[in-house]
Design a protein around this ligand. Structure first.
Ligand code: PLP
Length: 391
């Protein structure tokens, strides 16, 4: 019988995708939970704190208003787009045109996932940080593009050595993904890196994006946007999310800002595959962006305290983990001779603590694990005690 007799149940392009890292971990975790084990989950970066009550109240009011029940405007409501521009300007000193330079997304993952379909031609390449959020690579492959891993090394502060890349790398590149503040390494944004990326993008004719999903989880230092770099708005867009800042991961709302043509291209893809964000959620997002800054700062202080409990505790246990400058992740070298998968599996089995093996973030993540500060202070202290016993 010819191979074609039985249709394949999936397209070949799916074969390029590794199993989504968090799905694998979830499976092992669920098995232990089914046995009734008391797990401390420092795996997925999903805030354990509730959405701010003012946002919940804004949604309650908005969803009782029937005018929110119809299809939303494709690029986001004018009210939310204006609110985004008003939130952005005092933070970064960049003024945005709400009509052409702001696009509302169903979370940044959605926008990042669709971007390569809009700007990456088949056979051309996307430069993706390694280790990095797996969506950049998967979305590039799904769009028929190639992926070039750009290593982030500790000795360079987890910034890519763009100047050290062979020039031929840029000749085939359509797109460079950056992600600062960085998941998984906890590195903060660096204006010099953004300027270099903007210069290279101009010189070689590629586009660049910064995924700023963790922009507000900063333990000091200035807020930095890629759009502050000279010429960046000609060649790039930046992604922002309400998920981590306001504990809204389940709500699905984020936005992209910057170059109007790139946003148009992304909006064109989106208009063919989705119908935007529920208007009531967009109104709630407006309420989120209008919250006083101190409210978000109080939450950052919660993460700071958690970070210090985990980092100081693990140092006392003999594991010298670095203290992140931003994000709610601790990115640490595996303290034993084990690989990252082996070590995190053992920690899960013996200490009942979930951490994410670095290899899941790309080849350069091997030898590291990531711990998310998404458990309360007591649980983190307990995690330290448990880990200390098995090191
Ligand atoms: N970007 C990075 C770097 C992330 O770590 C995540 C979520 O973990 C996202 C984007 C997704 O954010 P959103 O909830 O806005 O889709």
């Amino acid at each position: 019988m010819p191979d074609t007799a039985k249709p394949s149940t999936h397209a070949r392009r799916l074969d390029r995708l590794p199993p989504y890292l968090f799905v694998e971990i979830d499976r092992a975790k669920r098995a232990l939970l089914d046995e009734g084990v008391d797990l401390i989950d420092l795996g997925i970066g999903d805030p354990d704190l509730p959405t701010f009550p003012e946002i919940v109240e804004a949604l309650r009011v908005a969803c009782a208003d029937p005018s929110t029940h119809r299809y939303p405007p494709q690029r986001g409501t004018p009210g939310l787009r204006r609110a985004i521009a008003e939130w952005f300007e005092p933070r970064y000193g960049i003024s945005l045109d709400p009509d052409s330079e702001v696009l509302v997304l169903i979370g940044t993952k959605e926008g990042l996932g669709h971007l390569p379909l809009a700007v990456l031609d088949p056979g051309r390449s996307a430069l993706v940080p390694d280790p990095g959020y797996p969506v950049y690579q998967a979305a590039s492959w799904l769009a028929g593009g190639e992926v070039v891993h750009v290593p982030l090394e500790a000795k360079l502060g987890f910034r890519p050595d763009l100047e050290g890349l062979p020039r031929s790398t840029f000749e085939t590149a359509d797109l460079l993904f950056l992600n600062y503040p960085n998941n998984p390494t906890g590195a903060a944004a660096d204006p010099d890196l953004f300027q270099l990326a903007a210069n290279l993008a101009h010189e070689h004719g590629f586009l660049f994006v910064n995924d700023a999903a963790y922009a507000e989880v900063l333990f000091g230092g200035p807020r930095v946007s890629m759009l502050q770099a000279g010429g960046a708005k000609d060649v790039g867009i930046e992604f922002h999310s309400l998920s981590k800042t306001f504990n809204m991961t389940g709500w699905r709302v984020g936005f992209a800002v910057g170059n109007p043509e790139i946003l148009n291209a992304l909006a064109q893809v989106k208009s063919n595959v989705d119908s935007g964000v529920f208007v009531a959620i967009e109104r709630a997002a407006q309420a989120a962006l209008a919250l006083p800054e101190e409210r978000v700062q109080e939450q950052v202080d919660v993460y700071r305290r958690r970070r210090d409990i985990l980092v100081d505790g693990l140092w006392s246990a003999g594991w010298q983990v670095p203290r992140p400058h931003a994000t709610f992740y601790v990115w640490a070298k595996v303290p034993t001779e084990e690989g990252s998968q082996e070590f995190s599996s053992r920690v899960l089995k013996e200490a009942h603590v979930v951490m994410t093996p670095g290899a899941g973030f790309g080849p350069s993540g091997e030898g590291y694990v990531r711990m998310a500060l998404t458990a309360g202070a007591d649980r983190l202290a307990e995690a330290v005690d448990r880990i200390a016993k098995i090191l």
